[in-house]
Design a protein around this ligand. Structure first.
Ligand SMILES: Cc1cc2nc3c(=O)[nH]c(=O)nc-3n(C[C@H](O)[C@H](O)[C@H](O)COP(=O)(O)OP(=O)(O)OC[C@H]3O[C@@H](n4cnc5c(N)ncnc54)[C@H](O)[C@@H]3O)c2cc1C
Ligand code: FES
Length: 266
């Protein structure tokens, strides 16, 4: 159930250029799953709307959430200045999250780029059985991550749970190019794909899944306003009719952000 709650900043540090990692103590951690997100309220009146940020990690005790975010505008800039001990308001837990069961006993490929990397960390942790579940869910886990350059983040952490391949736009690390180039260069195969990243990357993954006749779950991190299904500011075209509006639309904030790739028109 979604609710607005107060939490406290435990730490907030810059882990790469303009990328911050914030741990927050909050009750929301008890039922937060990978692929879901929280609406984070910045403090100024000029930034009234909550900013959607994915759950990057949940601590073992399920009492704290980790958010990893890039500073891009007013809201995220304000977040980057929040100090330890500071009270912070969150709306959550929002969205559907990835269906972990679909990866049971399968060779799983995790694909992420840009600011789509954070949710993949908790996903890899849970699929490998390190997120509090008794056993590994997936048979094996490979991650292919795209960065602009060798200024990476969360890479060593991902390597704890998955075999990781990197693609960089400038070729300074791993395969030169994008995540699809890295898949081709390393001849990677899988039974299923889970992905998060910019739209061109998700479109390419949708095509790849179609060619290979495998299922891909993609997280659409579109622009959002209310985050709770009220403003229709985040709709996308789908193959199914929305039970709310009776048209072939889905609200990314409530029906998603994770969709099976073949069900959405992107
Ligand atoms: C489901 C979801 C998960 C996300 N997870 C992460 C994450 O883990 N880490 C991260 O760095 N970023 C993430 N984003 C993007 C993040 O929400 C935006 O970068 C952030 O809202 C920008 O706020 P701002 O005030 O700094 O920028 P501004 O451009 O000043 O924002 C103005 C308005 O546009 C909205 N907005 C701007 N960019 C985006 C965007 N890309 N997506 C959605 N709304 C946007 C803001 O919420 C705000 O209402 C996610 C977005 C979505 C939808
Ligand atoms: S952001 Fe308002 S309906 Fe999705």
């Amino acid at each position: 159930m979604k609710r607005k709650v107060a939490g406290f900043v435990i730490s907030n540090t810059e882990i790469s250029n303009d990328i911050f990692s914030m741990w927050i103590t909050t009750d929301l951690a008890s039922d937060a799953n990978p692929g879901q997100f929280v609406g984070v309220f910045p403090n100024r009146e000029s930034t009234l709307l909550p900013r959607p940020i994915s759950i990057c990690e949940v601590n073992e005790e399920k009492t704290a959430l980790r958010l990893v975010y890039r500073v891009v505008g007013k809201g995220t800039s304000e977040l980057s200045h929040m100090k330890e001990g500071r009270r912070i308001f969150l709306l959550g837990v929002l969205g559907n999250g990835y269906d972990l069961e679909k990866g049971r006993n399968k060779s799983v490929l995790l694909m992420a780029g840009g600011i789509g990397v954070p949710p993949i960390l908790e996903l890899a942790k849970r699929l490998s059985g390190c997120g509090g579940s008794e056993e590994a869910i997936a048979k094996d886990i490979t991650a292919v991550i795209g960065y602009r350059n060798s200024d990476t983040y969360l890479l060593e952490e991902l390597e704890q749970y998955a075999r990781v391949y990197v693609a960089t736009e400038d070729g300074s690390l791993g395969t030169k190019g994008n995540v699809i180039d890295a898949i081709n260069a390393n001849k990677l195969n899988s039974d299923i794909i889970y992905a998060c990243g910019p739209m061109p990357m998700l479109k390419a993954i949708k095509n790849l899944a179609k060619e290979r006749e495998i299922t891909a779950y993609i997280s659409l991190e579109e622009r959002m306003a209310c985050g709770v299904g009220a403003c229709l500011g985040c709709v996308c075209k789908t193959t199914h009719k929305d039970h709310h509006s009776h048209v072939n639309n889905a609200r990314i904030c409530t029906d998603g952000p994770v969709f099976e790739a073949k069900e959405v028109d992107i």
